[in-house]
Design a binder for this molecule. Structure first.
Ligand code: ZN
Length: 390
């Protein structure tokens, strides 16, 4: 059975100008043909989206499934048993999908929750995006992100890394600096060189890579020098560190909603003075830091960091910081897919890729907020635009 989608406008995610009056043929889970003037088979089911702009399914390059920032104490949420966590997961992954996110890179869960949730989504028990997972966060006892799994010294980080990979981790996530939502200062470097190097070695031996939570300073420098592929947050990166990231061909992944949106840390943790101070300081420098990042030519992408449903807000913020609309769209489609190393399957509208498509009202190349107006949604060739928004 072939479905023929007629799109008023099509943005394929590769950065070229939008195509007017395009046709996309979907067969099963896959895109079969894309372009203008493609013949529509006589037995095809035709979907008329001539009033929408069709985009690749969105890819969230950095999030978690079990956390709701507005509830506060994110590390405390990660420390709970699997059942209370799962009660948040089901709504979180549904909200993500409904907002247009068809693939999400998951940046640390306890209890191997992401392994089971991925199976649950694939089995059709509940709806959510395709998940690319890191399983348990790798962090030392005194580090940011320290919930249940603590790994001190080269032997322990190797054990955690190997167990994660055995359980199905697609990549490894470590915490190289403190963070905004805990008492561990953002300048604090948590791991020693030997530990970071050991995790990178285990990842490479396992045919994959390391993502590091790092805001800036020594933790970001060490991560880059020791072979970490993706730097998460980079909220305090200076021009020298950005240069180093370019030299190392690393990626920077930006998360803005969690720090800027009133539903983020502000809602959950601003009653704690040290957290409020850190977030307010980061807000002040973010415009300058991301202005430098955008001008530098370093590779970047966007993630919501547990702000499920807010990926278009990330795009709006990065446009405010100086990115072009099309650049922002690529940061949540094709480039986010590259970050997650699934760009051979998702991230652009091309024949052979998964049929992950989002149709929005309006033209996001002119008004980035059009990305919030989802009127058509397909993942793996199956439609989800009937899902209610809660
Ligand atoms: Zn995160």
């Amino acid at each position: 059975m072939i479905t023929a989608i007629r799109a008023g406008q099509l943005i394929d995610g590769k950065g070229g100008p939008p195509l007017r009056d395009a046709v996309v043929l979907v067969e099963g889970q896959q895109l079969k043909a894309v372009g203008q003037g493609i013949p529509v088979p006589s037995d095809a089911e035709v979907v008329d989206l001539s009033d929408l702009t069709l985009l690749p399914g969105f890819v969230d390059a950095h999030t978690h499934i079990s956390i709701i920032p507005g509830l506060g104490d994110q590390i405390g949420q990660l420390k709970q048993g699997p059942v209370p966590q799962l009660m948040r997961v089901v709504g979180n992954v549904r909200r993500m999908l409904r907002s247009g996110v068809t693939t999400a890179r998951i940046m640390g869960e306890e209890h191997f929750l992401d392994v089971d949730v991925r199976k649950g989504i694939e089995a059709g028990l509940f709806v959510g995006p395709r998940l690319v997972i890191s399983t348990r966060p790798i962090t030392p006892s005194n580090g940011h992100g320290a919930a249940l799994t603590l790994s001190d010294g080269s032997d322990e980080v190797r054990r955690t890394a190997r167990q994660n990979l055995k359980a199905g981790a697609d990549f490894l996530k470590l915490f190289a600096t403190g963070g905004m939502s805990s008492s561990v200062g953002v300048d604090k470097v948590c791991f020693g060189d030997a530990e970071i190097a050991a995790i990178v070695e285990e990842a490479e031996r396992g045919g994959t890579y390391v993502a590091a939570h790092a805001h800036g300073g020594m933790g970001m420098r060490k991560s880059l020098e020791l072979g970490v592929r993706t730097i998460e947050h980079a909220a305090l990166a200076d021009p020298e560190l950005i240069e180093l990231a370019i030299k190392k061909n690393a990626w920077l992944v930006g998360n803005f909603a969690i720090g800027f949106h009133p539903d983020g840390i502000e809602k959950g943790d601003f009653h704690i003075p040290e957290i409020r101070e850190k977030v307010l300081r980061a807000r002040q420098v973010r415009r300058k830091v991301w202005g430098d990042i955008l001008k530098s030519g370093v590779r970047w992408a966007l993630g919501t960091d547990s702000m499920h449903g807010y990926l278009p807000f990330e795009a709006k913020m990065v446009v405010e910081f100086g990115a072009g609309n099309m650049d922002a769209i690529m940061g949540m489609t094709s480039r986010a897919a590259q970050v997650a190393r699934v760009d051979d399957r998702v991230g652009t509208i091309e024949a052979g890729k998964y049929a992950d498509l989002v149709g929005v009202r309006g033209d996001p190349t002119l008004d980035i907020e059009a990305l919030t107006q989802v009127g058509f949604l397909m993942k793996d060739g199956k439609r989800y635009d009937h899902l209610s928004i809660d």
